[in-house]
Write a protein of this length. Structure first.
Length: 359
């Protein structure tokens, strides 16, 4: 009798069978053939993260499954990576042959692979991973210089809730435009195009996320600031001026950016809070306490990174709908803009606060 083929099962039977496959078995099956990959796409498994590193001399993929199981997968275009292998296995993907040695150390699977085009096969493997898994986070760290256009057109980057994308070499204006046009994860985006500084890029696309973190923001201009429609935002190393921020605060008072709760900005040039708020009506902290009947309360202000700052010494804006926001500038460089809500700032009775300290 010929062996029974797993893929001859109907959908319901396959679904039940997939529940008994661990994440590593799912990957091995998906890499076995195109047909297997298409079937395993129907039964995606949730995993913690996928980290991808395009390094100068190799490529590395890190996976974290449930129950703290991990995979470390290193790929090189040199056969030297297999020099200590007692045995190897071979699979083909997108007409590329991959030879690998595998072993396991406690809760970590280690795979060392050889392929003539390590960069292309690494990205092809990532595409398989995103077909069969649903990672909570996807991180790309790219230090090997190459044309990013194909990667920036890969829709799989938008399947995840949280995307980190960092490029350690100069990108072109065209690549920057592709990034802005095409990269839209579902909830959170952290990115760093380290050497890109063209503030005249002419790209007018909204940043609409729950959480946005831009690590090198010298390219970020006034229009980009106005196009941030995120709940939490952190802009590092910006060239924004006092005038840019004054116009932003005026827009907020008029009702724009109603989604924002926390904005943190580090400025390259010295900021001046008086200049930022020139011509804008503000209130002191004491006036806010009196207006809102918040006597005998303690206040704790936390920024984007949940670090404390002395918001009581900031300036306070009142929007037309009655919303309150605190603006605080530390050392002429670190600006925090916090919109008051049920969670921020943390407001407690003085007696409760003192009691907690004593306990």
């Amino acid at each position: 009798m010929s062996p029974f083929r797993l893929f001859d099962l109907d959908y319901v039977a396959m679904r039940r069978a997939s529940l008994h496959l661990d994440e590593m078995s799912t990957l091995n099956i998906a890499l076995s053939s195109k047909n297997a990959r298409q079937i395993m796409k129907l039964f995606k498994k949730r995993i913690e993260f996928i980290w991808v590193n395009f390094q100068e001399s190799d490529c590395v993929i890190n996976l974290k499954f449930a129950e703290n199981l991990e995979v470390y997968w290193r790929i090189k275009s040199s056969k030297g990576i297999l020099k200590h292998a007692e045995k190897t296995d071979v699979f083909e993907l997108n007409d590329m042959k991959v030879e690998s040695m595998r072993y396991r150390i406690k809760s970590k699977y280690v795979i060392n692979s050889y392929c003539e085009d390590d960069l292309s096969i690494c990205q092809s493997i990532v595409e398989v991973l995103l077909d069969i898994y649903r990672p909570n986070k996807l991180n790309y760290y790219i230090s090997r210089k190459h044309n990013l256009s194909k990667l920036l057109c890969f829709n799989g980057l938008n399947q995840v809730d949280h995307l980190t994308f960092i490029v350690y070499f100069p990108v072109s204006d065209q690549e920057f435009l592709l990034f802005r046009q095409n990269i839209h994860p579902k909830k959170e985006l952290c990115f760093n195009l380290v050497f890109y500084k063209n503030s005249n890029h002419g790209c007018n696309i909204e940043f609409n996320y729950e959480k946005l973190e831009i690590c090198s923001s010298e390219w970020l201009n006034r229009d980009d600031l106005f196009n941030i429609n995120s709940k939490y935002a952190f802009l590092k190393e910006t060239k924004l001026t006092n005038e840019d921020l004054k116009l932003y605060f005026k827009r907020w008072i008029d009702g724009d950016d109603s989604k924002l709760e926390k904005l943190k900005i580090t400025m390259s040039d010295d900021g001046n809070l008086d200049n930022m708020l020139s011509g804008i009506e503000t209130k002191s902290f004491e006036e806010i306490i009196q207006d809102k009947h918040l006597n005998n309360k303690t206040f704790e202000f936390l920024d984007f990174e949940n670090f404390k700052f002395d918001g009581c010494k900031g300036r306070h804006l009142i929007r037309k709908d009655g919303e309150i926001a605190t603006v605080h500038l530390a050392g002429n460089k670190k600006l925090n803009f916090i919109v008051w809500n049920e969670k921020s700032p943390l407001i407690r009775d003085t007696e409760d606060y003192v009691g907690n300290i004593m306990i």
